[in-house]
Design a protein around this ligand. Sequence first.
Ligand code: APR
Length: 241
Amino acid sequence: MFHILAADRVFILTGAGISAESGIPTFRGAGGLWRNYRSEEVASPHAWRRDPHLVWEFYSMRRRAAAEAKPNPGHLALAALEHTLHDRLFLCTQNVDNLHENAGSRRVVHMHGELFKSRCEDCDRPPFDDPNTYDPPAALPKCDCGGQIRPHVCWFGEVPYHVDEIFRALNECTIYIAIGTSGVVEPAASFVAHAHGPDRPGQGRAQTFYIGPEEPANSAAFTKCLLGKAGQLLPNLFLCD
Ligand code: APR
């Protein structure tokens, strides 16, 4: 059990593993999306330029799968933790699904974007809610300005969103917890080293924990890895002052 003291600030990073028990496939394990699709052909600026129909087909498939998924006890435990800690919890997710929000989390930082949002690639219209699917041979969606509408998702080779806000929170946290992420995709894979490292202005090192069924690639940077499924471990893990 984690004892969270009144002075603690908790940074939580979630990855695909937290949504696995809701039936959304992860990327790299058995049955992972990148076992069936080549990421550079469906999730990169190059793929978008070469075949936007294929990219929209991929994201339409993912929208359908995510629309059917329900939050699991792991998501619910993190929503309850936010209810107790308020702004002492910073919840950052690499996931583009909306299961944290559906569980009741109010302040979720989606560093890789949101599956149910789209944006225009040409004009500065902000990202907007878009639950639609665009499977070929349907026409590709267009903005009023004439530009192409694309998924509001960070592709390989693009810069993740909210990075300044994320590093501010990493500088301030006293407890860092990563859940269900394989620890291979940057910059998220290096957050633990930042939280635990000597570079933080005016702070000691945060305690760092990993939760998931297997050790991540960056396990050496964690104070401790708790091996098990998020939906089983998280509901009884936190004791807050
Ligand atoms: N509970 C917790 N963790 C789990 C569970 C579970 N029930 N089931 C699987 N996991 C773990 C796996 O052990 C694995 O370490 O979830 C992790 C999933 O790893 P990845 O598939 O690599 O997903 P993630 O780390 O989130 O990927 C990062 O890569 O392709 C990009 O943009 C995509 O955001 C994604 C990023």
